[in-house]
Design a protein around this ligand. Structure first.
Ligand SMILES: C[S@@+](CC[C@H](N)C(=O)[O-])C[C@H]1O[C@@H](n2cnc3c(N)ncnc32)[C@H](O)[C@@H]1O
Length: 232
């Protein structure tokens, strides 16, 4: 890191340095596949993703950001999508590749941070994020939003699953930097989450995820918001 802040990227790098290093954090998180984490045990897609695919007109080109062990990417691939699935963690991508092989589906996996990902602008019909946004540092949310907007086709759709205030504390952006910690993620109120997206997107739906008792073909926990949005 340079001694002088010379541009906006230097500010982002400086703020990154105040918080945990995401790649190391996520590699450790996925080291043991038998951990007692709700989405580790379920192979099926999010219950809301199945609903989104009933509403959407068969999206062809799809990007999943923070795909983890690949539950949702595998579902979308089986639905006929040409899918780029991206995750910062090699352990997660290895796990997702193992599952894709068992399920005999072809997915373009990318082990990359979203912020280093090269994509063709305005090329995706649908972008999906289950569980990544609430783990991002507040200053990276701005870049996240720019990438999602630039990568989508005009009027493209965006699907989001994100902690509500039962999923994690409603920590303000200021508190994150003052305490130097993202803790276990940011829990968003409905108002706060809508405020982030409302200038650029129309909300097709916004609701709490349904809690699904396991074993089931789908995943659902009620400490999450789910939303389908369309680029304005
Ligand atoms: C809570 S997990 C959700 C995994 C998966 N979507 C699922 O629901 O099964 C969040 C994921 O985001 C990934 N992630 C976090 N920051 C990232 C970044 N900057 N770029 C790409 N992936 C990231 C993590 O590695 C992790 O797999």
């Amino acid at each position: 890191m340079s001694a002088t802040i010379k541009n906006y990227n230097d500010v982002l790098d400086m703020l990154d340095d105040l918080l945990r290093e995401p790649k190391e954090f996520w590699e450790n998180f996925y080291e043991n596949r038998d951990k007692d984490i709700p989405f580790f045990k379920v192979k099926g897609p999010d219950e809301n993703l199945v609903e989104f695919f009933d509403i959407l007109n068969a999206p062809k080109k799809v990007l999943e950001i923070g795909c983890g062990p690949g539950r949702n990417a595998i579902y979308m691939s089986k639905k006929g999508c040409n899918i780029d699935a991206l995750d910062i963690s090699e352990n997660a991508i290895e796990w997702a590749k193992d599952r894709a092989e068992v399920e005999k589906v072809k997915i373009n996996f990318h082990c990359k941070s979203l912020f280093d990902f090269s994509y063709e602008p305005n090329s995706y019909d649908f972008i999906y994020d289950c569980g990544m946004l609430h783990h991002l540092a507040p200053h990276r949310r701005l870049t996240y939003l720019e990438i999602v907007k630039n990568a989508l086709k005009p009027n493209g759709h965006f699907g989001l699953v994100c902690f509500n205030t039962n999923g994690a504390l409603d920590t303000t952006d200021w508190e994150v930097y003052k305490s130097g910690s993202l803790k276990r993620g940011i829990g968003y109120s409905e108002e706060r989450l809508k405020d982030i997206f409302k200038d650029d997107f129309n909300f097709i739906n916004f609701r709490e995820m349904k809690k699904i008792e396991q074993p089931s073909d789908v995943f659902g926990e009620d400490f999450l918001w789910v939303s389908l949005l369309q680029l304005k």
